[in-house]
Design a protein around this ligand. Structure first.
Ligand SMILES: [Zn+2]
Length: 151
């Protein structure tokens, strides 16, 4: 089952994370009795001073609601729901940040490895292959420039 924050768009996920970090969740409480409630109500500050009423359903995230203009009347996950979720489950906010940091570190490592591999490849080429490769690369650059003009 995909957890609520990961049903949000990337922008809503990270805005929600920021809202959680900035303590924009003013209050929250379980919306049902029991030791392991699945539904919660909260009040979350918006961009201005106007707070929104947020209801999240952990088991059925798409049933979550928020009174903000983005989410009202739609079955979407907004940043206020994400902020409420992370306020209730702070360990998952930490996990998101760590996963992001791991991904970024791996991305840097991949780029370094890719450049080293490309350099090894170029060093291994003969002169005729280099001329051919350079010619193709220049055409490709021209092609990219030409295409960008029309985008
Ligand atoms: Zn909202």
């Amino acid at each position: 089952m995909t957890k609520l924050p990961y049903l949000a768009s990337g922008a809503s996920l990270w805005r929600g994370y920021d809202y959680y970090v900035d303590h924009k969740v003013l209050s929250w409480e379980p919306a049902e009795p029991g030791a392991y409630p699945q539904q919660f109500d909260g009040v979350v500050l918006g961009n201005g001073d106007k707070p929104y009423e947020v209801h999240i359903d952990i088991a059925h995230p798409k049933k979550s609601t928020c009174t903000c203009p983005f989410a009202e009347g739609r079955h979407v996950i907004c940043k206020h729901m994400v902020a409420l979720y992370f306020t209730i489950y702070p360990a998952e906010a930490d996990e998101l940040l760590h996963a992001q940091e791991r991904w970024e570190a791996e991305e840097v490592a991949r780029e370094v490895a890719h450049r080293a591999e490309t350099w090894r490849y170029v060093k291994g080429l003969k002169k005729a292959e280099l001329q051919e490769g350079l010619y193709r690369a220049l055409l490709e650059i021209d092609d990219l420039r030409y295409r960008r003009r029309w985008l």
